[in-house]
Design a protein around this ligand. Sequence first.
Ligand code: PRP
Length: 212
Amino acid sequence: MIRMALTKGRIEEKALEMLSACGYDVSELEPDRRGRKLFFRVGNADIEIVLAKAADVITYVSHGVCDAGIVGKDTIMESDGRFHELLDLNFGRCRFALAGPAGKYDEFRRGYGHKIIASKYPRVTKNYFDSLGSDVEIVKIEGSVELAPLLGLSDAIVDIVETGSTLKANGLEVWEDVARISARLIANVASVKLKKAEIDPLAAALETRIED
Ligand code: PRP
């Protein structure tokens, strides 16, 4: 038996579609059958599925209470958990970008002054600016990070961009691409060895259903 943690919401929907296309019976998770349950059995395989918030998927897999998980690269990049990333499932695609007020990029890059960057992802932001050798101040924001430059709290933001419409609606634009994001299959370090017989077929099945 393996237990897999699935990120609730957008990722869950597409992941269940993929699992179903692989032949796994995930009918217990159908909206009209699931109720408030968080624990489910795959009907025709020794797999148990739990639904969790993205950051918790990583916590459960790192601690080994779940053997595998499906979670976004955004959450993986922000985490410091220990696990293996087995597959890029190539759905839920978007990107991390550095963005700021439209037309102000040159000013931002030229300026030697102290720069403040707002983000829901301080670790991703720090790693990015460290990689550029730039020292910036990072302010952690919990909600709509686009507000920070509009309010004058920050010079720029690092955030998830999918269509770009949120940025545009707020007079902001992408300045630099930071990283590509998509859903990933992850696994606990010990489970990869101890439950190889269960995890390998799951990964192999999912791999055949990855779309371009
Ligand atoms: C993300 C991100 C942006 C928005 C970008 O938020 O923080 O606000 O999506 O998408 P767009 O480029 O298509 O406009 P999300 O909707 O995930 O909600 P959140 O604020 O709860 O993270």
